[in-house]
Design a protein around this ligand. Sequence first.
Ligand code: GAL
Length: 955
Amino acid sequence: MSFRTTTAVDYVEDVSPGAGALPPRAWYASSDAKSLSLNGSWRFRLSATVDAEDDSFAAEGYDAGDWAEVTVPGHWVLQGHGSPIYTNHLYPFPVDPPRVPTENPTGDHLRVFDLPEDWPALSEGGAVLRFDGVESCARVWLNGTEIGEFKGSRLPHEFAVGHLLQTVDNVLAVRVHQWSAGSYLEDQDQWWLPGIFRDVTLLHRPAGAALDFFVHASYDHVTGEGTLRVDSDVDGRVTVPALDIDVATGEAVTVPVLPWTAETPKLYDGFLATEGERVPLRIGFRTVVLEDGLIKVNGRAVLFKGVNRHEWHPEQGRALDLETMREDVLLMKRHNVNAVRTSHYPPHPAFLDLCDEYGLWVIDECDLETHGFVEQDWRDNPVDDDRWTPALLDRAARMVERDKNHPSVVIWSLGNEAGTGRGLTAMAEWIHGRDASRLVHYEGDIDCRDTDVYSRMYAFHEEVERIGRGLDGGTHKRRRLPFILCEYGHAMGNGPGGIADYQRLFEAHERLQGGFIWEWIDHGIKDPRYGYAYGGDFGEELHDGNFVCDGLVFPDRTPSPGLVEFKKVIEPVAITGDGTDGTVRVTNKQDFADLSALAFEWSYQVDGETIEAGSLSVPSLAPGESVDVKLPEPPADTRRAETRWTVRALLAADTAWGRKDHEVAWGEFPVTARPSPTVVPTDGPVVGERLITLGPAAFDTRTGALRTIGGVSVEGFRLDVWRATTDNDEGAEWQSDTRYGVLWRTLGLHRVRHRLDAVEVGDAALTVRTRVAPAAREVGLATVYRWTSDGDRLKLTVSVTPEGDWTVPLPRLGVRFGLAEADQVKWFGGGPGEAYPDSRAASMVGRWQSTVDDLQTPYVRPQENGARADVRWAEIGGLRIEGDPEFWFSARRWTNEQLDAARHRTDLVPGDTVWVNLDHGQHGIGSQSCGPGPLPQYFLKAAPAEFSFVFSEIG
Ligand code: GAL
């Protein structure tokens, strides 16, 4: 006999959105109706299955005294109960929708609360219990009565509970299941983190309280007037004192206003007053349209300089507090970011308040992804199965109704990577019908059947250019639509490279309305074992490793070099000049704001040192305007030196997001070029029994290996072509032919051998001939080191000639050596941060200093990092090193091989030796961990090369 019981837990696998919840509505905080936060410590019991325990815990009087405690909001797996799981798109359970595994961690949460003293009498009005986010399915009881169950993890659910409340000892019981039918709709690339991870709030609802309302606030850029109409379920009056507005709900009023834009986020404070409640409004007047094939706001096309933001905190997971959200917004504003895609679910509602307030364009994305179905060619995809459509529509409505009153939200997104299907069309139709004032986005809709913008992810530069030129074909509808890259510049580890090249395309073709870097933050989990843990560190049977660490900021929100680069690439002001004609060209690249918020400064550098500086008067240009401004007479300087202008745009005064003098943009341009270092070889090598001496240096007589320069001993000096492969070198597994990180290793570039061919002592030079090559291959690099000296200084010229059939570029090309004692580093060249051939926009030529430790960029998975570009000279460990030409400099307390072997930050243990790399070339970075590799111009081809360094001991 076989049977399956129908039990009270069937709701877990039910495709319907749930039962018992109130209709979705706008999210707001009343100014006078009471509310009670139920955040805090809750009693908690974890079971292995949905029905291991009965529901008696929900009854009044249940003694949960021996249960554990968890903090709400929070995820139980981050509070010592079970473990997080990371998968990119694979479902961590068998795909058999809507069934989920029997092993289904279930967390019973219990909280007993009294109503505060000032809570109105129970007979006055009602009450609503609001959950802002629970993953993935919850069943709720209040005082022993079941009030409903729901799915839709990152969406609010409200329940009417007034009739159940009592003054004291209310028992709120919430049973949360990790897996449910809803999990099939929530296959976003992130940690699976069950729990009540957003606020739980009890809201008093006075008689005559507002219910739902829709603020329509448009802006007519021709007349400069705004039109306000607040549609409300409950009649009332709308007042906006600053605009002298006092109208009935439903009534439109038109008055002159300042518009809201992300650059000028003007909000008007107002109130919606119903009979029983006053609701504060923050009104931003703006009009979003699709016109002339472009996304226009207030009559002008906008350019998105955006990021994809997941909610993340290294200890709290997706349970973010307000200060963390504000930190995200401030960091974005301070790095010139103007747009956010809320990948891949509606964020905590307070985040959107911050976007309204500080000014960020938002693509608000629905909590929907079914990516794992790609493994079976999208068979059984819920978005193409009518049984699931109510759940999809419920999700769309919960997003739109919650967030519709935010001026920052300009585009609704149906979700991410969910294939195609009727369910998505139904969502788009519903959204278009409910809110005609915004556009609809969904990247998977390649023909733009349901959407208003053509969106792609990780398209290569070449294709993006074709799209910009309108040569991409596609459906008739799509060809008339604007284009955005909803994801590009995969910021995993070192990189992304190539974003300046994208930006040039965006700025050259009006159809290209910008993009959103993938992604904002590394989702590393703070872990004493590793520094930050990533996929696999919790013993998951399926996982995607460190693919979850691909952000512009580290898990603790320290900006990574990728963010600094992005800030430079998307500067709102372009500052260019050629230095020799004494003028600087300033262009306002903003879409709405003039330059009145900025002050400009010039400075003049001689050999990287600023010798004069002053303020520069730049007219307050309108958006799109340019001006040529005369620079002062260059200071008289007769030295034979390299000189340059630097012009910077700074905040002229404190703003909501940045201090006066915060640097917004800069440009530098050379006046006189750098003189090459010269060494006239006056000394000759002298051969001793064990050492050959030449000027300040000594070499091993037998091998020609450099031993000392003056009093500084030098270890292991030789050619180096290997770098600890970056995530972008390694590439994604689906990209087979251009993953150079893999091809390099296959070729053996991480294990080259150095064959000594000759040590030649000439009159004026010591020449050492070698061949550098990996075992088992015919390719090699004939490498000649030629040493000369003027008695004081030591010059090395390295000549490299590739032999054999080189089909791959080189990771790096230069020399490396170890110094026994080194800590402080000074250099004249690019800085202050790291740079690589296609991620060097933010590298500013100047005089910099650092410690060896601070030169490192602590990527969550260690990899090549920390190179400084365009270095003219560097001083380290008692040596001064000049380059001819300029070189890439790096130094670390471990070898490149140790760096390569490390999996976590904690694997890197400093040794006694500091290993210095002086590189003539570095291969580009690209963003092939999920996108294109470096563009051809950033390849380090295996080609004949010659480069020199001059060494001297610092006296
Ligand atoms: C995209 C996806 C993102 C993320 C990214 C790779 O395909 O939309 O969620 O997985 O790739 O990091």
